[in-house]
Design a protein around this ligand. Structure first.
Ligand code: COA
Length: 551
């Protein structure tokens, strides 16, 4: 079937839909809705698709399009829910059950007849972006598969909304959630504040005041009862680059990320809380596990290092902490080390926000690329253990390459890898060593040049990864540990280890590749050879990318 995806951005969900439809053998095109109504109509007329699917659309569909072609909108709400802030309202109000509905586009927004719908339990206090990329995306994929099957059935008629059962009976039309309705007061209990932050995370963030500075708050985690009570709203501690704030119930509310808006005299870049608040004379406190950047545990012959990089962004200091933990893990007498991300993030390479906000962005980018390379080198060069990278979540650019540095790469179903650089950088992370090692020189070149997302199943077929485990996070963890135990078994271990040694001995040392990559990167970073500064600025500030560097 010829399918056109009409999207406001080729975001994570759109990438998943695109890769899964392509994998099912459909001819799938993408049109970005910000090109304007006339251009959309022209594109649709040119492509003449059998079906238009809009997995992520903030723009209106031109009337000429929805009257001429079956156009299906994926709405992140159950039947009966309408409006632009569905998930924000659902999280704020603590809905237990939520859904996704595929509706036919009609004149009135979200009012068309239903093609498919799914529901899922809505976890409490989880960031909107995690809900969106997790249960919403999973449900959306199922809906899209159903829509495509129904589109091929000439007898199918979509169900008018008034005739459809409503699994969430109070679902209704709700307006945009306004800034004032998102606010909280530090005298509230930590759990309620965390919910408010979650409902606006990653955008637009909740406005609050810390140490007299107006900030937007993100990445909230409920902490323990504070030993020393403090006035609600006081910053009472730190851990790594996060800060703890006293709340009304005596608990700490941890915040990992803040933004000091430009309108308030700040730089408008979302960064670690500590960077935004500046030097703080507060004690180091124990942070909740959910916030920690690195966790290590061992189970018999298997060590597991879990790395949490918010948004997948691995800044210089973060990489150094990861390297310390990795060195420690590699020194242990385990035979297999699993290097994994969290359900939400694996890695998206260097921290572009941190670079953008730095006084000397080029120096910061250089330090960052060297720091992430050190992590990759440690994985590539270690000869004491077998290393397994687990893509627990999607990964892009240097973050996708980072996983390839391990001896074995495994992925959770549904993750999407973007194994290329599209930000005005040649790229490093030893990818010129690890990518051809996995897929050969020709395919490596194609992946870097084509710049197309790759789903887990395709990654397996191409040899980018060695195995794909279940989508459900708990089931994946179990599967991962079984795989690790298998690789730790003498026969498997020896075979994989020997292959790794043969490759290491048969090629130039990884440092050779790193040096060559860094020579390219020096020109990109310090001479801005390929438009890194402009591409980074538009990525961080979410402004259109300037045409000169759009290639
Ligand atoms: N540094 C800082 N922030 C990053 C980041 C990075 N390297 N990669 C992603 N993010 C942030 C985004 O800004 C966004 O933040 P926000 O939600 O707080 O605004 C969030 O992570 C999600 O990213 P988004 O781009 O919306 O996700 P996606 O699923 O649509 O796309 C990628 C995934 C990987 C294609 C895309 O994030 C990307 O291109 N990242 C940059 C990769 C890169 O060039 N890294 C540097 C070279 S190593």
């Amino acid at each position: 079937m010829r399918i056109l995806l009409l999207v406001s951005a080729f975001n994570g969900l759109s990438q998943r839909v695109w890769t899964s439809l392509c994998a099912s053998g459909h001819d799938v095109g993408i049109a970005l809705a910000d090109m304007g109504e006339d251009a959309i109509v022209e594109t649709v007329e040119d492509v003449s698709p059998d079906l238009i699917v809009c997995p992520f659309l903030k723009h209106r569909v031109p009337e000429k399009v929805w009257t001429g072609w079956p156009t299906i909108i994926v709405h992140p709400g159950p039947v009966g829910d309408r409006g632009p802030s569905s998930l924000d309202h659902a999280i704020t109000e603590g809905e237990a059950l939520w859904g996704v509905t595929a509706l036919q586009a009609v004149e009135e927004m979200d009012a068309g007849p239903i093609w498919a719908t799914r529901t899922f339990p809505l976890p409490r206090g989880v960031a909107k972006s995690a809900v969106y990329n997790g249960p919403v995306a999973d449900a959306a994929l199922e809906c899209v598969a159903e829509v495509v099957a129904k589109a091929a059935d000439p007898t199918f008629r979509p169900l008018p909304q008034e005739d459809a059962p409503r699994p969430v009976p109070h679902a209704r039309t709700r307006p945009l959630l306004k800034r004032d309705e998102r606010m909280f007061d530090w005298s509230w209990d930590a759990g309620s504040i965390a919910v408010r932050v979650a409902a606006a995370d990653s955008a637009p963030g909740v406005r609050t005041e810390l140490r007299g500075m107006v900030v937007h708050a993100y990445d909230a985690h409920v902490g323990e009862l504070l030993e020393r009570p403090a006035r609600p709203g006081t910053v009472v501690g730190r851990y790594e680059e996060a800060v703890a704030v006293a709340t009304g119930d005596g608990r700490a509310l941890w915040l990992g990320r803040l933004k000091h808006p430009r309108a308030e005299g700040g730089d408008g870049v979302k960064q670690s809380a500590l960077r935004v608040l500046g030097d703080l004379d507060v004690p180091e406190l124990d942070a909740p596990e959910s916030l920690r950047e690195v966790r290590y545990r061992r189970i018999g012959p298997v060590g597991v290092l879990t790395v949490r990089a918010h948004n997948g962004a691995m800044g210089t200091a973060h990489c150094r902490r990861v390297l310390r933990a990795l060195d420690h893990a590699l020194e242990q007498d385990t035979s297999v080390l699993v290097f994994k991300g969290t359900d939400e993030f694996f890695s998206n390479g260097i921290d572009l926000n941190r670079v953008e906000a730095a006084e000397d962005p080029a120096q910061e980018a250089w330090d960052n690329i060297n720091a992430i390379n050190d992590v990759c080198s440690a994985l590539v060069s270690d000869t004491g253990q077998l290393t397994i990278a687990a893509y627990t979540a999607s990964a892009g650019a240097g973050g996708a390459m980072l996983g390839l540095a391990a001896d074995v790469a495994l992925a959770r179903e549904g993750v999407v890898l973007n194994p290329f650089y599209d930000i005005g950088l040649f790229g490093s992370e030893l990818h010129t060593y690890t990518l051809p090692r996995r897929v050969g020189v020709t395919l490596a070149g194609q992946l870097l040049d084509d710049k197309q997302p790759v789903d887990a199943a395709t990654a397996l077929r191409l040899g980018l990864v060695d195995g794909v485990g279940p989508r459900d996070p708990a089931a994946f963890d179990e599967w991962l540990m079984d795989q690790a135990a298998l690789y730790a078994s003498p026969e498997h271990w020896r075979q994989t280890y020997d292959a790794k040694l043969r490759f290491l001995q048969g090629s130039r040392p990884p440092a050779y590749y790193a040096a060559r990559e860094l020579a390219e990167m020096a020109q990109d970073i310090f001479d801005d050879r390929s438009g890194f500064a402009a591409a980074r600025e538009s990525f961080v500030r979410k402004t259109p990318r300037k045409a000169a560097h759009a290639a």
